[in-house]
Design a protein around this ligand. Structure first.
Ligand code: C2E
Ligand code: MG
Ligand code: MG
Ligand code: MG
Length: 285
């Protein structure tokens, strides 16, 4: 019977997946709305020279402030974006806003490279190259001032394809950074095969440094590896002065973390730039 055929897909779906379906549809709609109504916006966290406190970059970190629920943690809603098939929409939005901020810094005389997080799952398709290139063109943004931080590298399923895609992104002029280094089984394989010019030591290794010689040993050796490979090593998640001192003594050049500055609205980055010194920067927060 015709009617039965029409309803068959729903009839074979159990109630849980029907719920999933409805949840995902409303999730997509909520994400789309939040992207256009200002609920989703960017915060920026400075990357600074450990020795001088000079700002050498700013990482764009996405924020979602729901009018009812308040702040939704990025780790959570980024997963939701992936579930809802909205990762490239979110990433395009972040790239656009990052270029706008970068151009605004430039107008203030601050030549600051901006870093944008790129989920490893976006490296499964070549369309990311056209997207980045299109955003750069639309904003007349100098690609050399854009760093793409690849998060969760261990989720890359095809390293050869990812290497080609990242090669094309690098050819545009952008810098490629490996985020959360040390976490996940494929770290060294990815480092060997992908064209990174920066790696960020995951805060899992930085947080316990004070009083933990094992963590110190690992960090020191990652720093040495960075020198051998001639890539920049950034220590992320630096939460206190003691850690900053240890990093400085280990030859770490660039650091990022709450001890220096929390992620802030972009206007504050200009204030940091003017303050120029780590202690002073911290007091502005
Ligand atoms: P991530 O790229 O490793 O970013 C660093 C995270 O550590 C940020 O969390 C930042 O707020 C936090 N952090 C910085 N300094 C410290 C510190 O001293 N102590 C501690 N405990 N945390 C610190 P956030 O903003 O919650 O972002 C979490 C993750 O979400 C990011 O980790 C990144 O993987 C992802 N993410 C954020 N924005 C985007 C985005 O636009 N696109 C994609 N694909 N992922 C994003
Ligand atoms: Mg990052
Ligand atoms: Mg990280
Ligand atoms: Mg992280």
């Amino acid at each position: 019977e015709k009617t039965n055929e029409t309803f068959e897909p729903i009839a074979i779906a159990d109630s849980a997946s029907q719920e999933d379906l409805i949840w995902n549809i409303s999730l997509q709609a909520r994400i789309d709305a939040a992207l256009s109504n200002g609920e989703i916006y960017l915060a920026f966290q400075p990357k600074v020279m450990v020795q001088s406190g000079e700002i050498v970059g700013a990482e764009a970190l996405v924020r979602w402030k729901d009018p009812v629920k308040g702040h939704i943690p990025p780790d959570y809603f980024i997963r939701q974006c992936e579930t809802a098939g909205r990762m490239s929409q979110l990433t395009r939005f972040v790239l656009e806003e990052a270029c706008k901020a970068g151009n605004a810094f430039e107008r203030e005389g601050l030549h600051l490279p901006i870093a944008v997080n790129i989920s490893a799952t976006l490296l499964h398709e070549r369309s990311i190259v056209a997207m980045v290139s299109d955003v750069l063109d639309r904003h007349c943004y100098d690609p050399r001032r854009l760093t793409l931080e690849i998060t969760e590298t261990f989720r890359i399923s095809n390293l050869d394809l990812a290497a080609e895609i990242l090669g094309e992104l690098k050819a545009l002029g952008t810098k490629i950074s490996m985020d959360d280094f040390g976490v996940g089984a494929a770290s060294l394989e990815a480092l060997l095969k992908l064209p990174f010019s920066e790696l960020k030591i995951d805060r899992m290794f930085i947080a316990p440094m004070v009083g933990d010689t094992k963590a110190q040993g690992i960090v020191k050796n990652i720093l040495q590896m960075g020198r051998d490979l001639r890539i920049i090593v950034v220590a992320e998640g630096v939460e206190d002065a003691g850690t900053l001192t240890l990093l400085r003594d280990s030859g770490c050049i660039v650091a990022q973390g709450f001890a220096i500055s929390r992620p802030v609205r972009f206007e504050k980055i200009l204030q940091y730039h003017k303050a120029k010194e780590i202690g002073a920067l911290k007091n502005i927060v």
